[in-house]
Design a binder for this molecule. Structure first.
Ligand code: NAI
Ligand SMILES: O=C(O)CCC(=O)N[C@@H](CCC(=O)O)C(=O)O
Length: 486
């Protein structure tokens, strides 16, 4: 029973699917996909539930969302364990993901009030009132890398605003989604307010193309996001929020504390085995002795990064990648860069056949004439040596993406210069470029998004403003317009 449709757990009527622990290849979940007909039923259920959910009012909706928070708190250890088992991320890391899911409730309430909510201003003989209304029925598509936190970041604000939801998680993380829905059910969510449809492309396509969807909130690859963007062309009435990938640059310039810089680089490029949209992919290091020393220390530290299963003790820094296919994809990406003239500083290797376990890689691509502008979604950092700062910034900006970017530099002037010129939605100074705050907007420009930032600004795409000019009774104005007499 893996689909949650109209308040009932029902079996999928499509084909068989399984989910595996990528560190051991052990099957941890199996089921059948939701068919397009089941997607229709889910959308109908969400439509039937929507007006009553909205009319409950914010406080009553919030009470249910708060009950969900209690469920998250009480089941935090289980959530962290299921995420770890299904994604391969180490437990220390998935504990922070479970914590972020809990934190999302308070942040979403604050964002609802600050970004949307209700306000009024007195005007002559009346008032101007601003309210926000939900779009209606929205679809939420989640990625595999944060299978709890990122869909949660769409679902919670969508529900608070009064929308109803059909959630289509990544086919690689169905077990996490099932657990989330069980917690919503326990929180007492009314029938039809959230529906879960599990499946692959067929399920996703049926949902995205459904005529009764008022909006689609997507976090995933740029490739899929672009398909959805084309699909929604000519549909101005539907809200589409796309949170996509990046080919993120990190520049190093004039840093005294090399060890600290190496730490920030590792946290930027290798956390979550490089499977974060914010991860640094391109590292710009000045030519010369200082840059050489930094790279030497970096290569040595990268070689020492511990990789292991999600539950290994002591805990590794990097867990498994999501699948063996993803691991092989990274080996292939490295091979391509070597063929183009790259020089391996630390080789990325597939550690164990049948698993997603890879060691982190570092590759110097300074001599590659045409560096592919691709997001290699794994632990492979490309190094580019530069001669002057303007060149580094120009190279950093030579991407169609624009999600995150950073500079490690002891000079504030250098940061200001970089900040003014770099094109990205998240720009950090002397901090890792991963681990964005949910109290800030989160989104990129270019091929990284469609200007619908998420996190604190998710409230914005979950409702539309309704402006009213109101008076309690119909009254004649003190002065009539010229040419009128009554
Ligand atoms: N900007 C952001 O906030 C974030 C972006 N990402 C990006 O997500 C990617 C990794 O996640 P993945 O799960 O591989 O993304 P993906 O694009 O493969 O899948 C995302 C979702 O879309 C569905 N889907 C795929 N093709 C579809 C189609 N043609 N029609 C409808 N639905 C379809 C999938 O089943 C899944 O639910 C990376 O590129 C990463 O950078 C990940 C996390 C955060
Ligand atoms: O949505 C939020 O609350 C903040 C955004 C966030 O958590 N970003 C993380 C993960 C994004 C990813 O999947 O790569 C980050 O910046 O590391």
């Amino acid at each position: 029973m893996t689909q949650f449709i109209k308040g009932q757990w029902v079996p999928g009527l499509g084909h068989d699917v399984t989910s595996k622990n990528p560190a051991t290849n052990e099957v941890i979940w199996s089921s059948k996909t939701a068919t397009p007909e089941q997607v229709n039923t889910a959308v109908d259920a969400a439509r039937d539930a929507q007006f009553d959910w909205f009319m409950l009012g914010f406080d009553a909706r919030l009470a249910i969302v708060e009950a969900y928070r209690t469920q998250l708190e009480e089941n935090k250890a289980e959530i962290a364990e299921v995420i770890a088992q299904e994604t391969g991320k180490p437990q220390w890391e998935t504990a922070t993901e479970a914590g972020a899911m809990i934190g999302k409730i308070g942040l979403s309430v604050a964002a609802y009030n600050k970004r949307t909510g209700y306000s009024e201003n007195d005007i002559p003989a009346g008032r101007a009132v601003l309210r926000h209304k939900p779009h209606g029925v929205v679809a939420v598509f989640g990625p595999y890398n944060f299978p709890g936190h990122l869909p949660n970041g769409h679902i919670v604000p969508a529900l608070l605003a009064g929308n109803t939801v059909i959630f289509k998680p990544s086919e690689l993380t169905p077990k996490v989604a099932e657990l989330m829905l069980k917690l919503w059910e326990k929180a007492g969510l009314p029938v039809g307010v959230i529906n879960l449809v599990q499946g692959e492309l067929e399920t996703g396509k049926a949902l995205a193309a459904h005529p009764q969807i008022d909006g689609l909130f997507f976090t995933g690859s740029s490739r899929t996001g672009h398909i959805l963007h084309q699909q929604y062309a000519g549909e101005p009435g539907k809200i589409l929020a796309l949170e996509m990938g990046g080919n993120n640059p990190l520049i190093i310039k004039g840093v005294e504390n090399t060890k600290a810089a190496v730490h920030d680089i590792i946290q930027s490029a290798y956390i979550s085995s490089g499977q974060r949209c914010t991860c640094a992919r391109r590292l710009y290091v000045e030519k010369g002795a200082q840059g050489d020393a930094l790279l030497e220390l970096l290569a040595s530290a990268v070689k020492q990064i511990k990789v292991g299963a999600w539950n290994a003790q002591p805990q590794p820094f990097m867990g498994s990648m999501i699948s063996e296919v993803a691991a092989k994809g990274m080996v292939e990406a490295q091979r391509n860069l070597l063929n183009l003239g790259g020089e391996s500083l630390v080789e990325l290797t597939h550690l164990e056949a049948g698993t997603g376990l890879v060691s982190p890689g570092l590759i110097d691509v300074t001599n590659v004439i045409e560096l592919p502008d691709e997001e290699y979604f794994g632990p492979l950092l490309q190094v580019i040596r530069y001669s002057d700062f303007d060149e580094a910034i120009k190279l950093a900006n030579s991407t169609r993406y624009g999600l995150s970017a950073g500079i490690l530099a002891d000079s504030r002037e250098d940061y200001d210069y970089f900040l003014a010129r770099i094109r990205a939605g998240i720009v950090n100074w002397n901090k890792q470029i991963t681990g964005a705050s949910g109290a800030a907007p989160f989104g990129g420009v270019g091929a990284s998004g469609n200007h619908r930032a998420s996190a604190f600004y998710a409230a914005d795409y979950c409702s539309y403003p309704v402006s009213s000019v109101e008076a309690d009774v119909v009254s004649l104005p003190a002065n009539l317009s010229p040419g009128l007499s009554l």
